[in-house]
Design a protein around this ligand. Structure first.
Ligand code: SAH
Ligand code: TMP
Ligand code: ZN
Length: 400
């Protein structure tokens, strides 16, 4: 397998078997022609980028009915409002500043920029989410960002002081085109700021459910530094953040334009280079699968009712890799309107509104949205008070 970034040799370390499109929630009844692909990941021996073996056509994942909405979490709303305020105070404080966001979704970040009257553009192919952002006063182009789109934006709006993208760049297999686009569009002293789940945290927590179709790459400081360099840009800053179970915010700029943070070298030195680390991760993931299915089967035998909480894209990996279906988890509660009344992809578990969680409370709830544990557990305190228990599987299977 050849590296999608540098053409180096990619060594496969984990085969997660047949997987559906993670956000393709089905209208019942389930159909026999559901799309599956084989999810395999490897690490490039040259640039250290962790990546998938197979690319799915982008239109299969991102389209008018893409259900994910960033604003579903209060903590995420706060996070992106803070991101916007920081840009307003720093990079966007000059005259006629312009920011482009790649993957603006429902406008969770750009809303604050728009309210401040700053020139902006969101680019996102998911029409339904884009519509929500437009209703919040966000200027949005329903499109995939790539070299062509960047050219159109440049001709119409001029160069950007900031190109920002959260939880999206790692979703894009064709990063060569994206980086050529960024190189065109970015002002000489501009910054390309990327936030994405951090490989270091994923390995440490054995959070193998972070591997699914949309997460085509798992970024590390080493691999992003190499990626920027390959495209004539420079990684100048990194910040390790707690969002989504561990994220890094990368600041990429034109060479020599910004001071290089010493944090880059510090984090690189901690990153794995030994293939055994990746093999160990895959073994621990298999152990989690065995422990989780044993626990769920045992609870079913004891007549306990277990429901799922949070029909995350991540849950597609867990459910399909572990072979968990409605016989073990009869339903999953989720607050996203576009997922409710549908079946989870591949595993065909009905998704119900969050309100149905209490009607009546189950004995156990399997928390698929573990990255939102604090917010969800605070909201669902009554469940615990009545004797209910949460089942967690990160960093290992345990009950709280
Ligand atoms: N930035 C938001 C949304 C992340 S979900 C957040 O952090 O919560 C990923 C988003 O990227 C989706 O809305 C999807 O439609 C969008 N996306 C996928 N490929 C894209 C591309 N090539 N250009 C722009 N957006 C893209
Ligand atoms: P994410 O982990 O990709 O952000 O997805 C979180 C999912 O969990 C999303 O489908 C919304 C759902 N959710 C709830 O149902 N209730 C909540 O309180 C939160 C924060 C999320
Ligand atoms: Zn490579």
């Amino acid at each position: 397998m050849k590296c999608r970034i540098c053409s180096g040799n990619v060594r496969e370390f984990f085969d997660l078997g047949p997987q559906p499109v993670s956000d393709a929630f089905l209208l019942p009844p389930a159909r026999a022609d559901e799309f599956f692909y084989r999810l395999r990941v490897g690490v490039c021996e040259s640039c250290m980028m962790v990546q998938q073996a197979e690319e799915i056509p982008r239109q299969k994942m991102f389209h008018a009915d893409y259900p994910y909405r960033s604003s579903g979490s209060a903590l995420i709303r706060q996070h992106f409002a803070a991101v916007a305020r920081r840009f307003l105070e720093t990079e966007l404080s000059g005259p006629d500043a312009f920011i482009v966001e790649i993957g603006s979704n429902d406008g969770v970040m750009l809303k604050t920029i728009s309210q401040a009257g700053i020139r902006h553009l969101g680019v996102d192919p998911s029409g339904g989410a884009a519509e929500v952002s437009a209703e919040c006063g966000v200027r949005v182009q329903v499109d995939f960002f790539d070299e062509t789109t960047a050219g159109t934006i440049l001709a119409r709006d001029g160069q950007a002081d900031v190109i920002y993208s959260a939880n999206t760049v790692s979703h894009i297999s064709y990063l060569d085109s994206v980086f050529r686009g960024v190189d065109k569009l970015l002002a000489d002293n501009g910054v390309f700021v990327i936030e994405d789940r951090y490989l270091g945290d994923i390995l440490e927590q054995t959070a193998f459910d972070q591997i699914y179709d949309e997460h085509f790459y798992l970024f590390s400081v080493r691999s992003v530094r190499a990626l920027a360099q390959l495209h004539g840009l420079e990684l100048s800053g990194v910040e390790h953040l707690p969002v989504h179970g561990g994220t890094i915010r990368y600041t990429i700029s034109r060479p020599g334009r910004r001071a290089i943070s010493p944090e880059i070298a510090r984090l690189c030195a901690l990153e794995p280079v030994d293939f055994a680390v990746f093999e160990g991760f895959a073994r621990r993931a298999a152990d989690i699968r065995d422990a989780l299915t044993t626990l769920l089967t045992g609870l079913r035998e004891q007549g306990r009712r277990v429901v799922g909480y949070g029909a995350t894209a991540k849950s597609a990996t867990i459910l399909n890799y572990c072979g968990i279906g409605p016989d073990l988890i009869p339903c999953i509660c989720d607050s996203t309107p576009g997922k409710q009344g549908r079946l989870t992809p591949g595993s065909h578990i009905p998704v119900l509104a969050a309100e149905s969680f209490a009607a009546p409370y189950p004995d156990y709830a399997l928390l698929f949205a573990w990255n939102h544990a604090e917010e969800i557990m605070a909201k669902e305190q009554e469940f615990k008070r009545r004797g209910g228990r949460w089942i967690m599987y990160v960093p290992e299977v345990h009950i709280v």
